[in-house]
Design a binder for this molecule. Structure first.
Ligand SMILES: [Zn+2]
Length: 133
């Protein structure tokens, strides 16, 4: 690796480190709030009482449910109107948390690969190091 290539790589690793730092700061910020697994999904239902508009296809709703997957099954939890804002915010924080965590792992992998390449480029046989003085 040329001197210029190593210099560019060091600069790149520094940029990744800064991105990593920003991501970690965001995750720490998110951890101050409540997280909830799942997404809010609207559901429409029929009561099927005689003469109701739902029997003609105009369903009731939306009713908001939190939907998440657990042990391969989709779970649904009815969310009361009063709590919807809090649940939505917590679910959004949770999604952002998971995305950030995935990005963090990728970034750490890149940083490690960059450092490995710099190690390979900087490592010399002892005779060369001894003679360099
Ligand atoms: Zn109905």
């Amino acid at each position: 690796m040329t001197r210029e290539a190593r210099s560019r790589l060091r600069q790149q690793v520094r940029q990744w480190q800064e991105q990593q730092w920003r991501l970690e700061a965001e995750l720490l910020r998110l951890s101050r709030g409540v997280l909830v697994r799942g997404s809010l999904v609207p559901m429409y239902k029929a009561c099927n009482k005689g003469g109701c508009k739902c029997t003609r296809g105009e369903l009731h709703g939306p009713y908001w449910y939190l939907s998440w997957s657990e042990a391969g099954r989709t779970r649904m939890y009815f969310v009361k109107a009063a709590g919807q804002g809090r649940v939505r915010a917590a679910a959004t924080r949770y999604r952002r948390w998971r995305q950030g965590r995935v990005q963090l792992v990728k970034l750490q992998q890149r940083i490690l690969e960059g450092l490995n390449a710099l190690e390979a480029a900087a490592t010399r046989p002892v005779e060369e190091v001894e003679g360099a003085g």
